[in-house]
Design a protein. Structure first.
Length: 421
């Protein structure tokens, strides 16, 4: 659900509107990156019997380091929840014509109601996720069929992809919307919990771990392929809808209104319904992630209801203020995803480090090729983020630009140093 959330809608719509099929390569690159990193996160929970947040806390020497990592992880979770919450608000506004201000208040109850209904049986929440994925997937399959797509132009986008100073903002946003920090934390928690719930004896055997890892792999690959196809479909529908031969429009926040006269009201309603289910289901995922981060980093159990309320309050007020100020919600979506990309290193570097250590993973330690690919992915993400910072700071003086880039470099050096010492 994390890879089909409203943040993906915002970045994919903007990418299709601005560059048509030119950034389709970014969608698939980000999906492949997420596939490997998410696999490592799930494997960590199974092999170590601990989640990523817990291992980070145990590996750091000082309380200051733990506090710093916790605050950073909470900031990433808040940025994620902002996008998910905004998706629900926008969908309520589109489907039921509820003014954005009131929708922002009504939308706050979504995840509280959902998790209250399913708190006793996690399986019920999983069924809701399956339902949501099905609605989103079939919904966009319908929209793509109605909208159509230009196969030669799509193929051309992979031969001569769009990349440069004008597109780097959206490239980074798409990566942030796909390789999400909170998902790297929570996946290790979910696989660990599944393993603990299904153990048949006092000790978890290697055979049990192997069985869970096999199931995890078979489950993850199709799920991420579906997520990749949905994100590609969002971009394709947006590229067709914003085609100048239909209408000379470039504002991504008019996606729904544009679809009505071009593809018909049913296609537009399907789009809005998929956005609503995306917001609801991914909000539940985000709340689970926030709980996982807090419990793992602090080393204590957190009241679930309190955590849910705090998660929502953190984002209700800034979102409502932004709406009152007239700030475009979809613009907030895109900016929040860029922020997520800048924060990916926070869980990514420890994840790569732990899964490459035999004392943590035992016989499930990464192969050399797996670690090499993970490091390559991390390098590409950090490099693209640094390029974006360089472009954004170009208008300022050279000294300030060097200071900002230096600070970003120090942030990553600290993360590596914290793991190695």
């Amino acid at each position: 659900m994390a890879y089909m959330d409203p943040g993906n809608y915002g970045t994919d719509i903007q990418a299709g509107a601005s560059f048509r099929y030119g950034l389709l390569w970014t969608v698939w690159m980000a999906n492949l990156m997420a596939m490997l990193l998410q696999y490592l996160s799930g494997k960590l929970g199974i092999a170590a019997g601990k989640d990523l947040s817990e291992l980070v806390r145990q590996s750091l020497d000082s309380r200051f380091d733990v506090l710093l990592n916790w605050v950073g992880a909470e900031a990433a979770a808040a940025a994620t929840d902002l996008a998910e919450y905004l998706g629900t608000v926008l969908a309520l506004n589109i489907l039921f014509k509820i003014p954005l201000l009131y929708a922002s208040i009504f939308g706050a109850a979504d995840v509280l109601i959902l998790l209250a209904l399913t708190s006793r049986r996690f399986r019920a929440l999983e069924y809701f996720f399956i339902l949501s994925v099905s609605i989103i997937s079939f919904g966009f399959l319908y929209d793509v069929i109605i909208a159509g797509f230009e196969l030669p132009q799509i193929a051309q986008s992979f031969v001569s992809p769009s990349f440069g100073s004008d597109s780097i903002f959206l490239v980074v946003g798409i990566i942030g919307a796909t390789v999400m920090p909170h998902a790297l934390y929570v996946h290790s928690t979910l696989t660990r919990n599944k393993l603990l719930e299904s153990k048949v004896g006092p000790e978890i055997t290697v055979e049990e771990k192997k069985r869970h890892l096999k199931l995890h792999t078979y489950e993850s690959i199709p799920a991420f392929l579906i997520a990749g196809m949905v994100n590609a479909a969002i971009l394709i529908v947006s590229a067709v809808a914003f085609n100048p031969k239909f209408r000379n429009v470039t504002a991504a926040d008019q996606a729904y209104q544009i679809m009505v006269p071009i593809f018909g009201s049913l296609a537009a309603i399907v789009f809005a319904v998929t956005l609503l289910f995306s917001g609801l289901a991914s909000s539940a995922t985000g709340t689970l992630a926030g709980q996982s981060i807090m419990e793992g980093m602090l080393g204590r159990k957190i009241n679930k209801n309190l955590r849910r309320i705090v998660t929502r309050v953190v984002n209700v007020f800034p979102t409502t203020i932004a709406i009152l100020l007239g700030i475009d919600p979809l613009s907030l979506l895109v900016y929040s995803q860029v922020l997520l990309s800048l924060m990916i290193a926070l869980p990514m570097i420890p994840l790569i480090f732990f899964t490459a250590r035999k004392e943590v993973m035992g016989q499930f330690v990464n192969r050399g090729l797996t670690t090499t690919l993970a490091v390559l992915i991390g390098t590409i993400i950090v490099g693209l983020n640094a390029y974006l910072i360089y472009i954004l700071t170009a208008p300022v003086n050279v000294f300030l630009q060097a200071l900002i880039l230096g600070g970003y470099a120090v942030y990553h050096i600290y993360l590596v140093y914290a793991m190695l010492r």
